[in-house]
Structures are given as C-alpha cells and as structure tokens.
Design a protein around this ligand. Structure first.
Ligand code: PCA
Length: 246
C-alpha cells in the first residue's frame, strides 16, 4: 500500500545540526503506535541534551534528534536524506536508534537486523506485511558494528541494567535498523550504529529495583525517574560509542 508522504506530520522532521564537529551524531525515536498512548523513545529524543561531553578527551559532541513515524514506508524517506546530509562531510557517524518494545522488561541492545517484514501488526499507516523482503539481494541479516558487549558491561558497571537481544522483531524498528545498517554498508564512512529497544518505564523501574546499584535504584520509582534512568543510558551509550569513533 502506498501512502501519500504529505500526510506525514511536520514534527517528524527535526533539523539536523550541521556543525557537529568531530562526529556526526544522531538519535532517532518513534511516535506512539498500536494501543500504546506513549512512546518512551519519542520522549527521550525530544528531551535529550543538545550535546554531551567525552570526559577524558574534554570534547563536546553535538547531537541531533529525529522522531520518525511508526511506518517504514514513511520513515525511510525522512531518514535517508538526513543520512545523506550527515555523510556529506565524511566525518564518522554515530547513530543511536531507539524504539519501544512494550512486552520486554529490560533495555535491550539489538545485535541483528533482519531483511524481512512480517507479522500481524499494522503500522501507523495501516500497512501489514507477510514475509516480505526489505531489499532483494541484500543479506538476510546484518549485524551491528557497535561494540554492544562492551557497552553492556559498561552500563551494568554503572548500575544501569540492560541486556543484549538477538531479535529486533520484524516490524518497523527492525526495518529501519536494517535500512540504516545497509546504508552504511555501502559507504566508506566510519560509523557506529546501534538500536536500543526500550521497555515501558514502569517495567524498567522494576528491573532497576532488582538490579540497580545504591545510586541508580533511586531511579526505580515514578515515570519521571524511570525515564531519567533511560536518559542516563542513552548518554552513557553515546559517550561509550563516540570514544570508539574518535
Ligand atoms: N517500536 C516498534 C516500532 C516503533 C517502536 O517504537 C518496533 O519495535 O518495531
């Protein structure tokens, strides 16, 4: 099914910061979908800082954020030109992609994107797919080049519980993750691309209560604090990944 691109809300287009210094850094999220009234990924992208610092190197890195519609057919034509713009200066690209996995409890760093669209869930523009290939001739799966195992250990050490997942689903997050990984496979630009599925804040609060440290356990209660914990993860991940690119 084709959808008219003019239906896409303007707020899905967030201006990409042109002067990103050492790195081109982008964080993406999605709007609410299915019966979820809220998407933590949207909330986090909209509230992220404009920059973050790399402690040891004393370097500040600017961030751009982009909230995408939960529809692959809509989202990719918005994201692709942003990637084109990001890659024109040939600087390394760091992309942290976020999405909601409402049935999961913990934050998960996704290892693979699959070349498949499948499932019974309608996207926000009514599309449903059944075993459709995203790109003919492309690999069946692409593995992230982000050092997720090391990143996971880093987060856990800071009392921020997370896991690795080998299945990003077969819905919109997987589709766009696949497209972005594939995009960079075709360029020679140094990059680090990582997809992180977020649970609902309440579920993460329960995980934090069990696995957090003295410091982070305080963020276990209340949506605002739970989101703060997720924001901390995001910043820590960005710092960790950025160091591998600079
Ligand atoms: N999660 C969905 C799509 C948008 C989002 O936040 C997914 O996991 O595919």
């Amino acid at each position: 099914m084709k959808t008219d691109r003019s239906q896409v809300k303007q707020d899905f287009r967030l201006n990409i910061n042109k002067s990103t210094g050492l790195l081109n850094c982008l964080v993406t999220g999605y709007d609410p979908f299915e019966d979820q009234p809220f998407n933590p990924s949207e909330e986090l992208v909209n509230n992220m800082p404009d920059s973050f610092s790399l402690s040891k190197n004393n370097v500040r890195i600017n961030l751009s954020g982009l909230v995408l519609p939960t529809c692959g057919e809509m989202a990719w034509p918005i994201l692709e030109p942003v990637l084109d713009e990001m890659t024109t200066n040939k600087k390394p690209c760091l992309i942290l992609m976020l999405g909601l996995a409402a049935l999961r409890k913990n934050i998960t760093l996704e290892r693979f994107a699959l070349n498949i669209l499948d499932g019974e869930r309608k996207d926000n523009y009514g599309h449903v797919y059944s075993g459709q290939i995203i790109e003919a001739g492309a690999p069946q799966a692409i593995k992230t080049n982000a050092p997720i195992e090391e990143a996971l250990a880093y987060l856990r050490k800071k009392g921020l519980p997370a896991d690795i997942s080998n299945f990003c689903g077969t819905y919109v997050c997987n589709e766009i993750y696949f497209q972005v990984l594939r995009y960079f496979e075709k360029t020679r630009i140094k990059n680090c691309i990582s997809f992180v599925h977020l649970p609902l804040p309440k579920a993460y609060g329960q995980v934090l209560a069990q696995k957090g440290t003295k410091k982070t356990i305080q963020l276990a209660r209340g949506k605002k604090k739970q989101l703060e914990a997720m924001q901390l993860i995001l910043i820590n991940l960005l710092e960790f990944y950025a160091k591998t690119l600079i």
